[in-house]
Design a protein around this ligand. Structure first.
Ligand code: ATP
Ligand code: MG
Length: 391
């Protein structure tokens, strides 16, 4: 799948701009603060309906205006073209998404239609940041290949939100008798249990499958001296060294935890158990010793880990969508090269040659010469103050 054209109206510093991209490399260069990242952000809005930078929609509307409009033309692996439009009105807080002529109201019908892999300086937080950063990253990744996962996750989050608001309200107002609260929370628990089991089971399955992509990427970028390891951290593994369970085992452990923590949850006014509290741990086996990334990795090791992780997402999505006619994901690399040394840049250029459509932003136009050798087709755009000039 690739993005053929893009139109932006009142989107950040683009008043009214059109781009015609090519299916290979699109090289976007220009000085700081001119609007390179903004283009990638618009692409991520088209594919995910959200900005990869987690910016709010109203911040994306050009200063002094009240709405933005983004539209794009995609072509899938079998040559079928489709249009996607997304707009946001900050006066009425309305966001509208159209896929062809159809208005999309449920996002799980849409996510995964135009799969995307994004690597930006923001992602450097992945290895060092919070469990939430890592969950969010992998949730989005799995959701792009599984509508079932996305819909389970949304249903689960809805229940957790309701359960949390009941628990919180009870702590603040003491409106209910202890027995009453226990009954009410137990009802939510029985509703969320099956969804929680499915989510955890899918995540464990994902880690198993994802492993080979990350190991391969790592191997290409840094050689076999390092082996990346991703493990799933959850209270269901308490007291065992197992890292994989059957669904029935997850269910019974989770059920026990929910029951044994009921009083603690009521006391603290917070839901303490379930996949929304779990974590992905990144470690590296370096010369035979396993060490936790968060605590022990050097700056360069963090970067390498994140780059490998993100580039692995490409292979994972590609293989999982092979039976569809969607085609390979689009890759967005935002200002990635400024973070890395020359050898690694060369390795990454090699690695992404086999990729589908790639967008790269950089302040350094010199990277183009190296990249040109790796891609069959290249188009370069020079960005100055919200206008693009094809070079
Ligand atoms: N809502 C908005 N309306 C108008 N302009 C905006 C809006 N939001 C951001 N901008 C402008 O967009 C510019 C930033 O664009 P962007 O982040 O794409 O730059 P960049 O070319 O990627 O820069 P860098 O090389 O530093 O990463 C800022 O100068 C900012 O003034
Ligand atoms: Mg930028």
């Amino acid at each position: 799948m690739f993005l053929d054209e893009l139109h932006l109206i009142n989107f950040k510093n683009y008043r009214n701009s059109s781009f015609s991209f090519n299916p290979g490399l699109n090289f976007i260069y220009g000085e700081n603060g001119n609007g390179k990242t903004n283009i990638l952000e618009a692409i991520s809005l088209l594919c995910y309906s959200k900005s990869f930078l987690m910016n709010s929609d109203s911040d994306c509307v050009m200063y002094g205006e009240n709405r933005y409009d983004i539209s794009g033309g995609f072509e899938n692996a079998s040559g079928t073209k489709s249009r996607v439009k997304i707009s946001y009105n900050k006066d009425t807080f309305t966001k509208e998404l159209y896929y062809g002529n159809e208005k999309i109201s449920r996002l799980n019908e849409f996510i995964g239609s135009f799969p995307l892999v994004v690597l930006s300086p923001y992602d450097l937080k992945l290895t060092s940041g919070t469990p939430q950063d890592r969950r969010r990253n992998f949730d989005l990744l799995i959701s792009q290949v599984s509508k079932v996962y996305l819909s389970d996750l949304r249903d689960y989050n809805k229940i957790i939100k309701q359960k949390n608001s009941l628990l919180r309200e009870n702590v603040l107002t003491r409106r209910y008798q202890p027995g009453e609260v226990r009954d009410m929370v137990s009802v939510w628990n029985s509703e969320l249990l099956e969804l929680a089991v499915k989510i955890i089971f899918r995540r464990l399955d994902f880690i198993e499958e994802f492993r080979k992509y990350v190991e391969e990427c790592f191997n290409i970028i840094v050689g076999t001296r390092y082996i990346p390891v991703i493990t799933y951290e959850s209270d269901i593994f308490e007291g065992t060294t197992d890292t994989r369970f059957e669904a029935s085992e997850i269910r019974s452990r989770l059920k026990n935890l929910l029951e044994s923590r009921l009083d603690a949850e009521i006391k603290r006014g917070l839901s303490l158990t379930g996949p929304h509290r779990d974590n992905y741990i990144f470690s590296m086996n370096k010369d035979g010793t396993l060490f936790d990334m968060r605590t022990f990795a050097s700056q360069g090791e963090h970067k390498t880990f994140v780059v490998s992780l993100k580039l692995s997402e490409f292979g994972y999505i590609k293989e999982n969508l092979q039976h569809t006619n969607i085609g390979d994901p689009v890759l967005l690399l935002d200002d990635v090269f400024s973070e890395l040394d020359k050898t690694r840049i060369a390795k990454i250029s090699q690695l992404i040659t086999d990729f589908n459509q790639v967008f790269i932003t950089t302040t350094d136009v010199d990277h183009l010469d190296v990249l040109k050798q790796s891609f069959r087709e290249t188009k370069a755009f020079n960005i100055t103050n919200g206008t693009a000039e094809e070079k």
